[in-house]
Ligand binder design. Structure first.
Ligand code: ADP
Ligand code: MG
Ligand code: MG
Length: 881
């Protein structure tokens, strides 16, 4: 019988991720490939959507389908759910389309109650087996209570600890069958005390509650944070996998583990992973016991090892990518429980992509699609200075769980990490172990250090996903997190003390170790070469000084898309001249002050043109309101009044006269140049003279200055300012007796400009979309104030992402697209670019590619990200070169 909302594993396949989620689709695919997978079924993502549409209820038709599928797997497995003679136990596992590690919860051993437990034991009176049954039972109560009823697992651990203390026992392993029975009793009593009702004994009720809980967990705050960070739409929903249990905790001939076909930290081609004998799923990941290396399985269970290696190789060849696999051995028999394309560090991602091409497994285009653009970021950031590192004292060592160099102040909680980071501190989060609630603190930290946990612990997996440095499992640390210190190598480290972590070696340093720039050759260079040969979008950088320009060029920028001239006015003595200009009462004295600024500005442009070596630069005229250059504190006002030779009252009067109720919409942008054309004249002079000077040194550069007039909303504004620019430029060029082309264009950042772009393009030789302002003005809220309400917008699903980080394609994007079309209608060869924050965001870059922009411009560190995103956009949706 065919169901609508439920599919048996043997009915699906690997291409059905949207419907079955990643885990379900891959379980189906492994089944199809004839691999040993406990045969269960998947409740589809569409059922999750229905659950929410139906007001958080599982409707009767879906419930019927679930019971129908359950009957089928009972038959396949020859056991009956809830049966006292030969019971079937299942796991209930979440699985979204994109893997969200640790975000959703799994329940194991579901289907147990007193009767079923007794039934399991019947006919097998080995006390060890009986102990196993009650151990599974108490784990089930714990997981069910945690996931379904939100009674934290940890509170149950307290009950276990109390029992151990009472009995004078150290390890869980030493608890005997009677202890386990007692735990089951006390867990149930605790459940009743907390919930006011008995623990559910009906397995079918347990199952439905669990399925609902998985659907519900799709909407928990952790999942929402993770989705926002990873661009996963809320609308996808999660699937639920119901799978017969296999028991790694059955005996010493059983076990459970996780493994990767290549090293997820370095990319090296070798089976990499760990396992535990006599343990159940969670134990490896939870980091409570320290697992064995996978290679040791060759000695412990040679046949299982050989079989596993073969399966691993087959899976990698099949998926043509590094696999991350979960397996369990029950009484000497191997079962595969999961496979997926493994998360990896950026360095590993590059090495694997390049190696797979060299091994003939994938094409260059496929390789380019394999690396997440945002991941590159971690490769571009500093590494430890080798010399300083050698000199630094190692105070301890853990596992090299996620590479990178981290140096920061010690904090002990995720909340502190978040709060300190907001104050601009760099910090290292030190925890016994991490759990999904720590996610925001982990994002905020430079590095993560844990006392417990292996290479596949929560901390390790999440850190690698984020590209954050992590050292895990440093068991030598004695934690006193309540008192906010830890001890290591006989020394105390308090909250706020500096430590450094080397995520590539696992070493811990009790001091701040200086860092140096990252290397961008080798695999990185080869890989980016493939990306560059693909893309049609050009990538420029935003830079206001020679240092950022050089950084951008080093990272592959093909020019500057936005040079903000106001940043040049803030430094040192320049600000004084700027202030003189602002307080000037007449044109003459304003011109005098501007004349002082001119040489600085010209010199800056010359230096940048030299660094650019002929690459283009778009210079934007002065943009912010003038009051930003004047002081606001009384003591500063006095000091500056003295400096400018005026009275405090006179200066105050100027400041008051510049006061604006809404500076974002005030006297700024081209409005300044309309009021004070002499500013535009000075800036034009600086740009043109700089170009002439550098062209003279290097005729081969053939610089064509690009002058950009900001905040235009009306064609006449642009025309007015442009007239001054052209008059000034042409005069200088004529005086110099040289030939120099230059372009005058505008930023499109006011909706009216987008709406009248055909008019504006008659005067503008290029458009650069200033999507920060355009987003502000289109939504009607300011970027600096949106923080106050974005939180509740996310909570209520009004927004799924920050429109200042990810371009709102529906609204703001429509304006951009309209302006592109209108602009081209009156000036077919108009040059089009984007210079807002969005120019470095991969999904926004794809949009820019699709609507036919010529280039994107972003901050230097995002340039490689943009290059890769542009290449991926072209591979997915080819556009004429
Ligand atoms: P996650 O997505 O967090 O990895 P999983 O659904 O993969 O969660 O479950 C976590 C672990 O639980 C698995 O790695 C596996 O060891 C164990 N597990 C899940 N289902 C079963 C099962 N049917 N039999 C035995 N162990 C299971
Ligand atoms: Mg898993
Ligand atoms: Mg702007």
């Amino acid at each position: 019988m065919a169901y609508k909302y439920v599919l048996l594993f043997k009915e699906g396949n690997g291409s059905m991720k949207e419907l079955l989620g990643g885990k379900g689709a891959n379980l189906a695919e492994m089944t199809r490939l004839g691999m040993p997978v406990p045969q269960g079924f998947t409740v589809t993502t569409e059922a999750c959507t229905r659950y929410y549409d139906d007001g958080k209820k599982i409707s009767e038709d879906i419930e019927k389908e679930i019971y129908g599928a359950l009957a089928q797997i009972e038959e396949i497995n020859g056991k009956k759910f809830g049966d006292a003679e030969n019971p079937l136990l299942v796991s209930v596992r979440s699985g979204a389309r994109a893997s969200m590690p640790g975000m959703m919860d799994t329940i194991l051993n579901l289907g147990l109650n007193d009767e079923v437990a007794a039934g399991l034991i019947k006919g097998n009176n080995d006390p060890k087996f009986e102990r196993f049954v009650y151990d599974s039972y108490r784990r089930f109560i714990q997981m069910f209570s945690d996931v379904v009823m939100e009674i934290s697992k940890k509170t149950f651990e307290v009950i276990i600890d109390e029992l151990k203390e009472k009995k004078g026992i150290k390890n869980d392993i030493d608890l005997d069958v009677n202890d386990m029975k007692e735990l089951v009793k006390s867990f149930k009593a605790y459940y009743k005390e907390k919930k006011g009702v008995d623990f559910p004994v009906d397995p079918k009720e347990q199952l439905m509650d669990a399925v609902k809980a998985v659907f519900r967990s799709w909407d928990n705050p952790r999942a929402n944070v993770y989705r926002r960070m990873n661009d996963i739409p809320y609308s996808w929903g999660t699937a639920v996998n119901v799978q017969p249990m296999v028991f790694g905790n059955l005996n010493e001939n059983s076990g459970t583990g996780v493994a990767f076909t290549r090293d997820p930290a370095t990319g090296e081609k070798a089976l990499f992973g760990e396992y535990l004998i006599n343990a159940q799923g969670e134990d490896v990941v939870a980091g409570v016991r320290t697992p064995n290396k996978i290679s040791q399985l060759q000695n412990d269970m040679p046949e299982v090892y050989t079989q596993f290696v073969e399966i691993a190789n087959n899976l990698e060849n099949h998926y043509k990518d590094m696999q991350d696999m979960e397996f369990t051995i029950e009484n000497g028999k191997l079962y595969m429980l999961q496979t997926r394309n493994g998360k990896r560090t950026a360095a590993a991602a590059l090495k694997i992509a390049v190696d797979l091409v060299d091994e003939g497994m994938i094409t260059q285009d496929e390789a380019v699609l394999r690396v997440e653009p945002k991941q590159l970021d971690s490769l571009l950031h500093p590494q430890f200075d080798a010399k300083a590192l050698k000199a630094a004292k190692v105070i301890g060592e853990g596992l090299a769980a996620s590479p990178g160099a981290a140096c920061g102040k010690v904090v002990f909680t995720a909340e502190d990490a978040k709060a300190w980071a907001e104050k601009g501190e760099k910090l290292v989060l030190v925890r016994l172990e991490t759990s999904p609630e720590d996610i925001e603190g982990m994002v905020a930290a430079e590095g993560i250090l844990t006392v417990r946990g292996g290479m596949t612990s929560h901390a390790a997996v999440v850190a690698r996903g984020m590209g954050t440095c992590c050292v895990s499992g440093c068991g030598d640390i004695v934690m006193h997190s309540e008192q906010k210190y830890f001890e290591l190598s006989g020394k105390k480290y308090n909250e706020g003390d500096y430590i450094s972590l080397d995520g590539s070696t696992g070493k811990i340093y009790g001091e701040a170790v200086p860092t140096v720039e990252a290397s961008i050759s080798g695999d990185f260079g080869r890989f980016m070469g493939w990306a560059d040969s693909k893309r049609v979008l050009k990538v420029r950088t935003n830079a206001d000084n020679p240092r950022d320009t050089a950084q951008g060029v080093r990272f592959g920028a093909e020019g500057i898309g936005l040079c903000r001239t106001e940043h040049m006015f803030f430094e040192g003595t320049r600000i004084k001249a700027m202030r003189e200009m602002i307080v000037a009462r007449d044109v003459e004295s304003r011109k005098k002050a501007l004349a002082k600024i001119l040489p600085y500005q010209q010199n800056d442009f010359e230096e940048m043109y030299r660094v650019l070596e002929g690459r283009p630069m778009t210079v934007r005229f002065l943009d912010p309101p003038l009051h930003e250059f004047l002081p606001s504190k009384p003591e500063e006002i006095k000091e500056i009044a003295d400096e400018l030779g005026m009275t405090i009252e006179a200066l105050k009067e100027v400041i008051d006269s510049l006061h604006e109720f809404n500076p974002m919409m005030g006297h700024r942008g081209c409005r300044l140049a309309v009021s004070y054309p002499e500013i535009a004249e000075m800036q034009t002079t600086a740009i043109i003279k700089a170009a002439i000077a550098v062209n003279k040194e290097h005729p081969e550069y053939n610089i064509v200055p690009e002058i950009m007039i900001p905040l235009v909303g009306e064609i006449k504004e642009l025309k007015f300012v442009k007239n001054f620019v052209v008059a000034t430029a042409d005069k200088i060029i004529a005086q110099a007796g040289v030939k120099l082309d230059y372009k005058v264009g505008t930023m499109i950042e006011i909706p009216r400009a987008a709406l009248t772009a055909d008019e504006i393009a008659k005067e503008a030789e290029f458009f650069s979309f200033g999507t920060n302002d355009l987003t502000q003005m289109t939504f009607g809220f300011s970027r600096d104030d949106a923080g106050a309400f974005l939180g509740s917008y996310y909570d209520n699903k009004i927004f799924e992402s920050d429109p200042f980080a990810k371009l709102d394609q529906t609204g703001v994007g429509r304006l951009v697209k309209m302006a592109v079309e209108l602009g081209k209608s009156t000036r077919p060869d108009i040059k089009l670019g984007i210079c807002g924050e969005h120019g470095g965001d991969p999904s926004s870059i794809e949009f820019c590619h699709l609507i036919g922009l010529d280039y994107v411009s972003c901050s230097p560190f995002r340039v490689p990200i943009a290059r890769l995103a542009a290449a991926q956009a072209q591979i997915k949706n080819p556009r004429e070169k």
